[in-house]
Design a protein around this ligand. Structure first.
Ligand code: HPA
Length: 274
C-alpha cells in the first residue's frame, strides 16, 4: 500500500497508515504493562510492527518493556497490542503516549484496555492479585492535554473507566473463577518508589493501588473519545506495608510469576468486551 504524501508530514496519520497497511481493522487496543506482555501469546494470526517504524510512537527506555505493536485476533475480536510504553518518569512529560493513542483512534479503535503493575495499599489484595480500576487519583496533577488549544480539552473524567466495560470484565472474571478486585488507582510520577508516609496518605485518600503509569493514557484516550478499561496486577505491598525492600527487579519478578494467570484472565475479559 502507498501512503499518501500529505500523511507523511503528520506522524499520527503516517503511523495509522502503516498499521492499516497490515490489513487489520482492530476495534480493541491493549497497552501491555509490566507482566502483561504474555498476552501476545494469545494472539492468532499475529503481525508485528516495531515502534521504530511508527513516527508517532515513543521510544521507551525501561528494561522489561519491548517496543512493538502486535495486531491479530483474540477469539472473535481483532485487537492491537502495544508492547512498550513511555512513562512520565522518563523525561517528566505526561504526553509521551499521546501520539500512540491518537494513532489508535485514527485506526478506528474504540476500546482501550490499559494494564499496569502496581503496589497494593490493601492487605486484602496481595501480590499476584488483579484490580479493576474504578477511578484514579492524578496526584502529580500533570496533564497530557496541555498543548491542546480548543475547548474540547476540558474533558469530563466522570466514569473515565467505562462502567459498561467494567461490568463485562467483572462478569467474565466471575465466569472464569478469577478474583477481580476493584479500586482506585493512585498515579505517582516516580521513578523512586513512595515513602511509607506517602502510602499512609494515599490510603486515607481512598486509593487501593499505586503505580507510575496509566493515568495520562486514560486522560488522552478520553479526549480522543475512546472507552477505557484499566487493570492493575499487584506486584508488591506498597512501601511500609511489608518487610521487603522495593525494586524494579522485584516488580518484574513478581509480574512474571503472576503473568500467566493474569493474561489468561485478560484474554477472557477481551473476548467479553464487545
Ligand atoms: N509503587 C509505584 N509503582 C509501582 C509499585 C509501587 O509500589 N509497584 C509496581 N509499580
Amino acid at each position: 500500500m502507498t501512503t499518501p504524501a500529505a500523511d507523511l508530514a503528520d506522524p499520527i496519520a503516517a503511523s495509522a497508515a502503516t498499521l492499516r497497511a497490515t490489513g487489520r481493522a482492530p476495534r480493541i487496543a491493549v497497552v501491555l504493562g509490566s507482566g502483561w506482555s504474555g498476552l501476545t501469546g494469545w494472539i492468532e494470526d499475529a503481525v508485528e510492527v516495531p515502534y521504530a517504524e511508527l513516527p508517532a510512537f515513543p521510544r521507551p527506555t525501561v528494561g522489561g518493556h519491548a517496543a512493538r505493536v502486535v495486531l491479530g485476533r483474540i477469539g472473535p475480536h481483532e485487537v492491537v497490542l502495544l508492547a512498550g510504553r513511555k512513562h512520565a518518569y522518563e523525561g517528566g512529560r505526561a504526553d509521551s503516549m499521546n501520539g500512540a493513542i491518537r494513532t489508535l483512534a485514527a485506526l478506528g479503535v474504540q476500546i482501550l484496555v490499559l494494564t499496569n503493575a502496581a503496589g497494593s495499599l490493601d492487605p486484602a489484595v496481595p501480590p499476584g492479585g488483579l484490580m479493576l480500576i474504578t477511578d484514579h487519583l492524578n496526584l502529580p496533577q500533570l496533564s497530557p492535554l496541555w498543548d491542546e488549544r480548543d475547548d474540547r480539552r476540558f474533558v469530563d473524567m466522570t466514569d473515565a473507566y467505562d462502567p459498561t466495560l467494567r461490568a463485562r470484565a467483572l462478569a467474565a472474571s466471575a465466569r472464569q473463577g478469577v478474583a477481580l478486585h476493584e479500586g482506585v488507582y493512585a498515579w505517582v510520577v516516580g521513578p523512586q518508589f513512595e515513602t511509607p508516609a506517602e502510602i499512609r496518605m494515599l490510603r486515607t485518600l481512598g486509593a487501593r493501588a499505586v503505580g507510575m503509569s496509566t493515568v495520562p493514557e486514560t486522560i488522552v484516550a478520553r479526549h480522543a473519545g475512546l472507552h477505557v478499561l484499566g487493570l492493575s496486577m499487584v506486584t508488591n505491598m506498597a512501601a511500609g506495608m511489608a518487610t521487603q525492600t522495593l525494586s524494579h527487579a522485584q516488580t518484574l519478578r513478581q509480574a512474571q510469576a503472576a503473568s500467566e494467570r493474569a493474561c489468561a484472565a485478560l484474554a477472557a475479559i477481551i473476548q467479553a468486551l464487545q
